[in-house]
Structures are given as C-alpha cells and as structure tokens.
Design a protein around this ligand. Structure first.
Ligand code: AMP
Length: 386
C-alpha cells in the first residue's frame, strides 16, 4: 500500500494530537494542527498551527488546502466542521462516526443495534420518566447523563429515586437531551483499542484495566487480569464495532465487567485513548502511530507488546512530584507542555514497564521478519493483537 499523505491535518490541539504528531514525525509525515487555543500541546510539536474557531470557514479552507488528509484528536469537534472539510479533503473518522460518538443516545442505540450490550438506559425528559425507568429495572438507584458534551464525569449525576429530587437533578443538568442509566455493579472497567486500515486489516490493544478517581482515569494496567475468554470477547466486541462503522483510524471501546461476569459497553471514543498511552513505550507500534498510519493510507502495524505496563496519569499538582519517576529504571515520563496547572487537568503520564522475558536472549531473524512483512499471504489480512 502506498503512503497517500505526506502532510496530515489534525483538528484539536490537546495531548492526543501532540502524541500523534510525534508519531507522525518519526514516519516523516508533517502535521498541521487546527485549534482555537494558542500555544496548545499539539501545536508545540507541529510543523504549522492554525489558531482559529471551528466555524471560521476561511481558516478551515486554508487549513484543508495545506494538508493531504485530515483527522481529529477528540470527538467534540463540530460535525459541521468535518462536513465542510470533507468537501475538499478526506477526513478520518468521518462525520457519521463522530456524530454517533458525540451523542449518548445515538451511541447506545447503535451499540445495541449491532448486538453489543450496554447497561439498561432510556431517554428521560421528566421525573415521571425516571419513576417509570426505576420501576422497570427494579433498582431505585440511577445515573443521569447529558447526551452531549459529557466527559470525565462532567454532565452526569447519580441519585436514588424520589420524585422531587429527580426533578431537581434533571434541572441541574441544564440540558434538553438526557439519558438515564441503571448503575452497573461492576468488578472492573476495561477498554480495548482497535486500529483499522483502508484494507480492513485490524490491530488490537488490550483489554486494559482502568481505575478512575473522581471519574478521571488515574491508572491503566496491561494486561488486564481477566480470564482469556473474557479478554477475547471484549476484543471481539471492539472489532465488531470497528467493522460496523467501517473504521479507518483508531477507536476505543470502554466497557464494564459486571460482578456476574457480563461485559457491557459504556462508551465509544472514536480516537486514540488515554488507556492506550502505554503503547508508546511498551509496543513495537503505538496507538498513535497506528492512528497516523491508517489515516495516511498505510497498513496497520504490529501491536506486539514487549513489556507489561502500568500507566499513571499525572493530574494537576502531581506534576510537581515527578522526581521519584525520573529515578526509576523502567519509568517513562511524558509531559504535555501545558503551562498552567489546574486541578483535574491531565498534565502528563508515566508508563512503568515490566519487560516480558527480560533475561531471555532472543535471536531476531531480520530477513525472515522482512519476508513476512513483504507479501507472505499469512502475514497480512489477519487481525493482530498485543
Ligand atoms: P462516562 O462519562 O459515561 O464514561 O462515565 C465516567 C465514569 O463514570 C465511568 O468510567 C464509570 O466509572 C462511571 N459510570 C458511568 N456510567 C456508569 C454506570 N451506568 N454504572 C456505574 N458506573 C458508571
């Protein structure tokens, strides 16, 4: 497959864009960032930055003209922006996947329609709808979430059915589009990341085990300590989703494992994910390189993991306590170049590696590896996982 794109445009200027731009640089691909925010983490490492609003058509046109293909680094880019750029340049993921991932109602309906189970949910408009839902589930506890623009626990609240309280909770969300969910009694939260190229070949990372503090990811452990049959099932669900949306790029499926052994999908992220940051240091090809490869028309790379890993997010003031990590033998520190420290702000992450078979001296047969890469039929077209 030839490399279609030499200059990649990324909408969004955060740390995901930064890590994709760094991966692109290694492949000789230039990155142009488009972000409303000046001095953004991605712009600091890009060849060019366009600083303007997402509805500034003049700036969007100039940005699109300057690149060969466009992608986004987070899902809340206005769909109109994507559609405007799609008129002149290919955009991956396309407007349909973004539209699905931006709205919890579309997202959950889509997952359920393709046979991926979620917790019980429905749309609510009134306290009477909450009463009806809890009498249906038989569980008086519930979670309300705004359908759009919620992340890291923002735009969500939980409660115990009581008509007046439910009314107040609905009002507090200040949104005309709200869903109610039954709380999941989960034993753990996991995620799987899938990269898929234009020839429908996939590469899979995970499942990863994710631990949250105040709804913000705090720690990711890989491999997730779950039975193989469950890990395979979680991978199958993520691959099914990637095929169903005809993905070109990377997507993440966040899931719960319930105490009674079911796997329920929670959320789709149509992009590289915080729970995949460990792949930069622990894999031959990282999730960010997969992102760049696939949207630039190259094949997915081998996601093989050479180390087990624990990834710890550096949040807010944690950034002032990095000294011990710099002393650790297998700790890889990543900082995102954010000037201002704020509570809850993701400032960086640390990946602590535990190399697999560290003492085993393995002979690498480079010629055999190359033969496999260049055309052995069994070497291509298969899904591969880390
Ligand atoms: P979300 O914004 O949907 O990704 O939710 C953020 C976090 O809230 C999840 O990672 C869970 O820890 C928790 N959470 C969300 N929905 C549920 C649910 N239905 N049951 C239990 N915990 C939930």
């Amino acid at each position: 497959m030839k490399q279609d794109s030499k200059t990649l445009g990324i909408l969004g200027g955060g740390q995901l864009g930064r890590m994709s731009a760094l991966a692109a640089a290694r492949l000789g691909i230039l990155v142009h960032i488009y972000s409303p925010e000046a001095d953004c983490p991605a712009g600091q490492v890009a060849a060019r930055t366009f600083t303007s609003a997402y509805d500034d058509k003049k700036a969007l046109k100039a940005f699109a003209e300057s690149v060969d293909a466009v992608t986004c680094e987070f899902e809340n880019i206005p769909v109109e922006t994507i559609r405007f750029i799609q008129k002149t340049k290919p955009v991956y993921p396309d407007d349909r996947l973004l539209e699905t991932a931006q709205d919890r109602i579309r997202e959950k309906k889509f997952l359920n329609d393709i046979g991926i189970p979620t917790t019980r949910w429905t749309v609510v408009r009134s306290a009477a709808d909450v009463d009806k839902f809890v009498s249906g589930t038989g569980n008086r506890e519930y979670i309300l979430k705004t359908a759009r623009f919620g992340y890291d626990g923002k735009g969500q609240t939980s409660g115990r059915a009581d008509h007046d309280d439910s009314k107040a909770k609905i009002k507090s969300l200040n949104s005309d589009s709200i869903i109610i969910e039954e709380p999941v009694d989960f034993s753990c939260e996991i995620s799987v990341i899938v990269a898929r190229d234009k020839l429908s070949q996939t590469a899979i990372y995970g499942p990863m085990l994710n631990e949250h503090n105040n709804h913000i990811l705090a720690k990711t452990i890989v491999p997730a300590p779950i039975p193989n049959h469950m890990a395979e099932k979680a991978q199958d669900m993520a691959r099914l989703l990637a095929d169903a949306v005809d993905l070109v790029g990377v997507l993440t499926l966040e899931m719960f494992i319930t105490r009674d052994g079911r796997i329920l999908a929670n959320e789709i992220a149509p992009r590289a994910h915080n729970s995949g940051h460990w792949t930069i240091d622990a894999c031959a090809v990282s999730q960010f390189e997969q992102h760049v490869r696939t949207v630039c028309g190259m094949p997915v790379g081998l996601p093989a993991r050479h180390s087990d890993a624990v990834m710890i997010n550096i949040i807010g003031d944690d950034v002032k306590k990095l000294a011990p990590y710099y002393e650790m033998k297998h700790a890889c520190v990543h900082l995102y170049g954010k000037r201002e420290v704020r509570a809850g702000r993701k400032m960086g992450h640390v990946t602590i590696l535990k190399p697999i078979d560290e003492n085993e001296k393995r002979h690498i047969d480079a010629d055999a590896e190359l033969r496999l890469a260049h055309g052995s039929p069994e070497g291509r077209g298969r899904a591969q996982s880390s």
